[in-house]
Design a protein around this ligand. Structure first.
Ligand SMILES: Nc1nc2c(c(=O)[nH]1)N[C@H]1C(S)=C(S)[C@@H](COP(=O)(O)O)O[C@H]1N2
Ligand SMILES: [Mo]
Length: 212
């Protein structure tokens, strides 16, 4: 359950924690990821938007430029597919939909691969990044993200399991066909909707993911 504030204006109701199917509550210290926490290198850091962009030209943002984009907030539970839920996060950052407006995809784009440090990736339907459903977060509960939670930038998509939200995110690739990301290639559901308990790839219906 979640609400959001777009560019400083409340757009949704203030949500309380609502249990999701098959999940149990974890403490706020819950941290999970594959591999080590990457070191932030300010001189080399950029955020790239590439692939099938509307102009066929790639976009690149420095951290300062990302921080200068319209700020929004999104409150939401974080659901890990391993059945732990961290309730009521308060994410601050740039709505994915605002970034899609600033660096638009071509008309035939259907999916987006979100890339992070060390080659971690997650594929999403373009619609999953639509208005108010996803945020590129720089803050949680008003504080800068900590290194283990994804500093300086992470994606949060509350209606999808946590593996769909890369920490230490570095780019978005616009795609005209679907392709599996890191966990989607390793047995996790290609769509990953929390409300439908889409946890594992063996649950996929025809059309929900590229052939394995
Ligand atoms: N780069 C990267 N991002 C990642 C992961 C990862 O392994 N690497 N794990 C994901 C998973 S499975 C979850 S549940 C959340 C956990 O976020 P947290 O550690 O901030 O609680 O991060 C997601 N983002
Ligand atoms: Mo997870």
């Amino acid at each position: 359950m979640w609400n959001f504030e777009r560019r400083g204006r409340a757009v949704g109701p203030v949500a309380a924690h609502v249990p999701a199917p098959g999940q149990r509550l974890a403490g706020s210290r819950f941290v999970t990821h594959y591999g080590p926490v990457p070191q932030f290198k300010p001189d080399h850091w950029d955020f790239r938007v590439f692939g099938a962009t509307a102009t066929r030209v790639n976009h690149s943002f420095t951290l300062k430029e990302v921080q200068g984009l319209p700020a929004s907030r999104l409150s939401a539970d974080l659901h890990c597919v391993s059945k732990w839920t961290v309730p009521e996060n308060d994410w601050g950052g740039v709505l994915a939909s605002d970034l899609l407006d600033i660096a638009p995809p071509a008309a035939d784009v259907t999916h987006v691969m979100v890339w992070a440090e060390y080659g971690y990736s997650a594929n999403l339907r373009l619609d999953d990044l639509a208005d108010g459903r996803a945020i590129l977060a720089t803050h949680n509960h008003g504080e800068r993200l900590s290194p283990e939670h994804g500093f300086p930038l992470r994606l949060v998509v509350p209606h999808l399991y946590g593996y769909k939200g890369p920490k230490w995110v570095r780019g978005m690739e616009y795609m005209t066909a679907d392709r599996r990301g890191f966990w989607e290639e390793r047995g996790y559901h290609n769509v990953g909707e929390v409300g439908r308990e889409q946890r594992y790839s063996y649950q996929e219906e025809p059309g929900e993911g590229p052939v394995l």
